[in-house]
Design a protein around this ligand. Sequence first.
Ligand code: AGP
Length: 609
Amino acid sequence: MCGIVGYIGDGNAKDIIIDGLKKLEYRGYDSAGIAVYKDGKLEIRKRRGRIVNLEEAISNEDLQSGLGIGHTRWATHGAPSELNSHPHSNADNTVAVVHNGIIENFAELREWLSKEYGIVFRSETDTEVIAQLIGIYYDGDLLDAVYRAVDKMRGAYAIGVICSKEPDKLIAVRKESPLVIGLGTDCNFIASDIPALLKYVRELYLLENNETAVLTRNAVVIYDAERKSVKRDVLHVTWDAAAAEKEGYDHFMMKEIHEQPKGISETLNRRLTPEGEIVLDGISLTKENLENFNKIYIVACGTAYHAGLVGKFAIEKLARIPVEVDVASEFRYRDPFVDDKTLFIAISQSGETLDTLAALREAKKKGARILSVVNVVGSSVARESDDVFYTWAGPEIAVASTKAYTTQLVCMYLIALYMGRLKGTLSKAECDKYIGELKSIPEKLERILEKEADIEEIAKQLYKTEQVFFIGRGPDSGVSYEGSLKLKEISYINSFAIAAGELKHGTIALIEQGTLVVALATQDRLFEKMLSNIQEVKARGAYVMGIAKEGNTDIEKQSDCVIYIPDCMDEVSPLLAVVPLQLLAYYIAKLRGCDIDKPKNLAKSVTVE
Ligand code: AGP
């Protein structure tokens, strides 16, 4: 959500920034802009829409400069217009600012700046307030002006600042929104995410909350809130820049769907000994801790929340501890029953989702122990948790989450199994059986991917549909929610997921001739019940696409088409059942001509409330 790139050095800031912003496109945006220092002035250019619009607009301009900041904006305050795009500047255009996040007291500050200083605002944004504040406080010391401005601001933000009166520096501030600093030779960078910088640097500093960094061509100094300089360890990025490229696939989403077998193996390998024992290195969950917990909350958003729904089934079944799953944006406002007997599990791919982070903090304040399941190493959720279980899916670029979901599921199974063994609710033999099943998933998943062409054919018949229902029972109901979300977010088809048994309590009224129903029937013990639910919708004219395990061919009698997944234990079937749904959503979206990796209105990492 919004992207920042800044550069200071001997290179051409304009090209480096545009290139970096393109790497951040996955975050979602609706306009882009750049400010560079040139001939004693700040030159600011902005365009609505994609970065290429901006690139084309400035392609013939001589904007050669060694200092600049750029931004992709996802509109919050004010429409996605050129005027509201970043960078924003102060009254005399000597200060330019790019900003991610939200300034909560911006209306108050705006009024104050207008009344006290006669500032006339040019945009509707909260960001312009920052530029104007720095402008009025500037008195020959940019760092001082930034500190004074930040002192007035409330909210969550990451900002980059340049000033024509001090062209030897680039200043960055972080509060809640992520910001990294790239350390080059005779040049330094800022960015809101690592992929933007990997072409240029591998050594980074992760800025912490309430820290300000001053970047010059040859140095980076980080200061804390009290303006004392702080030391920071250098993070050396080992993953390849290619991990953030499409590698021949048409879309990141498809590449990431295909990376799932590898991601799952990696997640398992990190936590299993060659003998199949689960090792939770760095996670200090003891038998006593577990006995102390009387409840577990799993809290997350979107796809991560859906992983939590399956996690609940796994933990309750294998470890016999009551689990509540909540969407993070609700959890924090409902005064939940949290105390020191609560284990709070946060699930997040990015580790920067503001709602999840806020819920985590709420739970921590009330004494809960925090365990997080996170993909991005060093992210805010990871840093603020007592224990972190990394998913090791590798960078996920497509807005629609796929490999993060399946690796999150693997983590939830491993946590459930570990707890079950620790509590004694699961025998060694049973645990070994589950581990064996999990280890077989990557190969089974490859077999589903081989059916890609069949799913594409089904998509060809179905892509014009305007309404889809996903139904399932037990763990399949969690997968239904995920299948439905995948479809709606990338194809913009109105889709709805519901526990199959709940259908008859109202929603079935919407089923009519030709309504598409995707029925997940992968649970052996619930298979017959699902067949009855399928019959109910068939009787009302639905077109049914069934998902079942190989061998359960009875489903063919009630369905119009069926995709089989390899046989597996009921508990782990979500790892396989979700894959046909990801592929179905992908192909339907492709046939409808949708922007698959960057769906409209969506952002990869939602860092606002
Ligand atoms: C998934 O396809 C979505 N784009 C979205 O629901 C996402 O899962 C959600 O915003 C949570 O993100 P996180 O995992 O980074 O916290």
